[in-house]
Design a protein around this ligand. Structure first.
Ligand code: PLP
Length: 263
């Protein structure tokens, strides 16, 4: 049995965060573990409250997990503030965690901030370089590379800039641009300043219930890495899983509803 750890925030409505991650990991027939960084009081309409976990309690959760059941992959989502980010980075290094997928969650689907203003610098310098791959959407990629992304050409330039600055693979999710859902994976090549780039395209699924899509994709990538697959193949399979969960058109709640993990 492969074991996958999610380090993320709780979404009380079950659509995103820890709950989406555990559903995804379970659907991949793997064993899910969680270290919770924050509680959110939210539903499909909005986020009504956030309580961050004290950093030493994030550390305690990670110590308990890593000293007992070593994860085959780690997915990281909402990390809230600089102290929590530093704690996670220290623990990942201490336990030599492998197959780390980081979804740099900044804003919820419903528009609430899930990362404090002062946390960006720490995220950039302490945590993101530890990722096997990071999975920003377009607005998050714009923040990470400091430039606007309006076209697929902009995506290519942004991906190179992010990969070069972090020395980490990046998957920029193109869902915020119009047209088909085209995601771009960029990794460093063998030669200096050489990049390996691959597009992953799938027809756009017309479904306004997209709460938890980022969480689901990053967890599915972590599961495939845990299974020993290469990054490209892991991304391909994770996208297929996400498309299936979106296609079911599960329509729960009054706002942007969740995905169906039992398709
Ligand atoms: N993590 C938590 C706890 C959230 O509440 C959300 C969104 O509301 C996210 C992550 C990001 O969600 P998504 O996968 O829709 O980007």
């Amino acid at each position: 049995m492969k074991k996958v750890l999610t380090i993320a925030g709780s979404d009380s409505s079950g659509g995103a965060g820890i709950q989406a991650d555990i559903k995804t990991i379970t659907a991949h027939k793997m064993y899910a573990m969680s270290a919770i960084t924050a509680l959110t009081a939210q539903n499909t309409i909005g986020v009504y409250g956030v309580v961050d976990t004290p950093p030493d309690f994030v550390a305690a959760q990670l110590d308990c997990i890593f000293t007992d059941i070593a994860p085959d992959a780690v997915k990281i989502g909402m990390v809230s503030n600089p102290e929590i980010i530093q704690t996670i980075a220290e623990k990942l290094r201490e336990y030599q965690a492998k197959n780390i997928v980081i979804d740099p969650v900044m804003i919820s689907t419903s528009g609430s901030r899930l990362l404090s203003d002062d946390a960006l610098e720490t995220l950039h310098t302490a945590l993101l370089p530890l990722g096997t791959v990071i999975t920003p959407n377009i607005p998050e990629a714009e923040v990470l590379c400091g430039r606007e992304i309006k076209t697929k050409k902009d995506m290519l330039q942004a991906a190179e800039a992010i990969t070069a600055s972090l020395d980490t693979a990046v998957l920029i999710k193109g869902g915020h641009l119009s047209g088909d859902a085209a995601d771009l994976l960029c990794q460093t090549g063998n030669a200096p300043a050489a990049f390996l780039k691959e597009w992953f395209e799938s027809p756009r699924v017309e479904n306004s219930n997209t709460h938890g899509t980022g969480c689901t994709l990053s967890s599915a990538i972590a599961c495939n890495l845990a299974a020993g697959r290469r990054l490209e193949e892991s991304v391909r399979r994770a996208k297929k899983y996400l498309t299936g969960a979106l296609k079911e058109q599960l329509d729960l709640g009054k706002g942007a509803g969740p995905l169906d993990h039992m398709y």
